[in-house]
Design a binder for this molecule. Structure first.
Ligand code: FAD
Ligand code: NAD
Length: 486
């Protein structure tokens, strides 16, 4: 077996692995990155990027139809083939040569093949030609292998060849009908995209839609999907799924009803990609999410390490289950790559709350945007989660109809915003904006939360007129002007 040595070995070249490698390399370390599929990972080829491209055209069309003058010009049908062609361009026809060129440009060595841990600081890679190479890490190994769709144990489902998010984002044509099992983010976005294509969409959600968010967010998404022609059934769990000889899928529901469709999309969450990567060779459980501390070091090994020994194993991105978003994984990756560099070179480590080497925001300010019509943009805690955390909650909540910018953006603009405020500390701990084009509003809330900006100070952050951001002023007005001190 070939044998190579590097300072750092990164397992998985998704957006997260790439960023760990980039930061460790920027610290001056010699870095190898291992990838068995496409450099760029899920986000670039089967998740964030294609899903947003698939949604964009129908969102624009609906937006135009809400503005007199433009509406008359936007009277035709969506050109689905053109949308799919634009998607193909954005995913570079599932060719990763740009990703590879970028990895090479930063001086990181790409090792193609399937990697697995083989004891401490050692990764064995089976290359595409079936030969093996052992990569020995002088300082650290970062596991960035991501996650994969979870297909629940519904009788017949796996045999019915369901779509997962991969097939939904890479489809070559829109099916005539599509059933969607699940009520989370993937279900909301893909139902919206395919309804926009003219597909007959039926969503089967076990409880509500977007159940982890403020209730009005899921309600608005259900209304939006229904307005786009989709059928949404809440509180429904399929009992059995079959694909018949005619190729159609039949989903049996409790009580005897059925839903049939050309395709069925399973959008029921993710599981870790941690099987077959040698976790058991270092005392970790195969197939489980990997627990890490705020510097992304694997907790179980860091706890067991001899006093003063630097951690050598990190788990970054989806695989640690802290926050399953590309932006948050890349945030973790910057911290992890930098701390690996600092520890390797004996430099100071700042792992205090909001220190440069700590992924503190994972616990207080994770932005999440559900694209579609309407958009749902959230960060921090919901009212329910804040109450559960023992926070003295004060809410500010207003409709967007109170903002001229919203009315100008679209006739009949509908939307709602809520701030969750920690009444004792006088700071925002959560925010939700629901309505067309609200995605960009959430970063202001993220800054308010991370900066722990006193709510009274926000009166001096004046939103431009007439923008959607004026919702901030309406939210403050709903709380009332503060009294002068003394
Ligand atoms: C449909 C959909 C839409 C989404 N939209 C958004 C969005 O709009 N915004 C957002 O922030 N997030 C979005 N997400 C979430 C986002 O895709 C993930 O959070 C992100 O891809 C995680 O990045 P990662 O690098 O941790 O994992 P991945 O992107 O999964 O990368 C892991 C990489 O490791 C490789 N790998 C795994 N095991 C091995 C091995 N043993 N050897 C070699 N290589 C290996 C894989 O091939 C892969 O390239 C979406 C997810 C889905 C499913
Ligand atoms: N715009 C974005 O940022 C974006 C878009 C898509 C996905 N993502 C990320 O990808 C992850 C995966 O998305 P997702 O929608 O698959 O997961 P999710 O966790 O958002 O939703 C899972 C849904 O499936 C349902 N479910 C789970 N098990 C079920 C079962 N056995 N039967 C029926 N229903 C079941 C849940 O009730 C829930 O409604 C998310 O956590 C999110 O972070 C982000």
């Amino acid at each position: 077996m070939d044998h190579r040595e590097f300072d750092v070995v990164v397992l998985g070249a998704g957006a997260v692995g790439e960023n760990v490698a980039d930061r460790a390399r920027a610290a001056g370390l010699e870095v190898a990155i291992v990838e068995h599929e496409l450099v760029g990972g899920e986000c670039s080829y089967w998740a964030c990027v294609p899903s947003k491209v698939l949604l964009r055209s129908s969102t624009v069309l609906r937006a135009a139809r809400r503005v007199p003058g433009a509406a008359e010009a936007a009277s035709g049908e969506l050109d689905v083939a053109a949308v799919l062609a634009r998607r193909d361009e954005w995913v570079s026809d599932w060719d990763d040569r740009n990703g590879v060129a970028w990895v090479e440009s930063i001086g990181v060595e790409l090792v193609r093949g399937h990697g697995r841990l083989d004891g401490e600081r050692r990764v064995v890679v089976t290359r595409p030609d079936d030969t093996e190479v052992a990569l020995v890490a002088r300082h650290a190994v970062a596991v960035c292998t991501g996650s994969t769709p979870n297909v629940p144990d519904i009788p017949g489902l796996a045999e019915a060849r369901p779509w997962t998010s991969r097939e939904a984002t890479s489809a070559r044509s829109a099916p005539r009908s599509l059933a969607v099992i699940g009520g989370g983010v993937v279900a909301a976005e893909m139902a919206s995209a395919y309804a926009g294509f003219g597909t007959e969409v039926t969503v089967l959600a076990r409880t509500t839609m977007l159940g982890s968010m403020e209730p009005f967010a899921g309600e608005a998404v259900v209304a939006g999907l229904r307005a786009a022609g989709a059928t949404v059934r809440l509180g429904v769990s399929p009992e059995r799924v079959d694909r018949g000889d005619d190729g159609r899928v039949v989903i049996a529901l409790p009580g005897g009803g059925t839903v049939d469709a050309d395709e069925v999309l399973v959008a029921t969450g993710r599981r870790p990609r941690t099987t077959g990567i040698g976790l058991e060779t270092v005392g970790l459980e195969a197939g489980a999410w990997i627990d890490v501390d705020d510097t992304l070091a694997v907790t179980k090994l860091a706890d067991a390490a001899a006093d003063g020994a630097a951690p050598w194993l990190y788990a970054v991105g989806d695989v640690n289950h802290r926050a399953l978003f590309t932006h948050q994984g890349k945030y973790q990756a910057r911290a992890a790559g930098d701390v690996i560099g600092a520890r390797a070179l004996g430099r100071a480590v700042d792992d205090a709350r909001f220190g440069i080497h700590a992924a503190t925001a994972d616990r207080v300010a994770v932005p999440s945007i559900v694209f579609g019509d309407p958009e749902v943009a959230t960060v921090g805690l919901t009212a329910a989660a804040a109450e559960e955390a023992g926070i003295a909650v004060r809410l500010a909540e207003v409709p967007f109809s109170s903002v001229s910018g919203a009315g100008i953006l679209a006739d009949g603009y509908e939307g709602r915003a809520r701030l969750v405020i920690d009444a004792d500390r006088g700071v925002v701990v959560g925010a939700t904006f629901v309505g067309p084009d609200t995605a960009e509003l959430v970063h202001a809330a993220t800054i308010a939360i991370v900066g722990e900006v006193p709510v009274d100070r926000l009166w001096h952050a004046v939103p431009g007129f007439p923008t959607l951001s004026e919702i901030w002023l309406r939210l403050l007005e709903s709380l009332g002007r503060p009294e002068a001190d003394g």
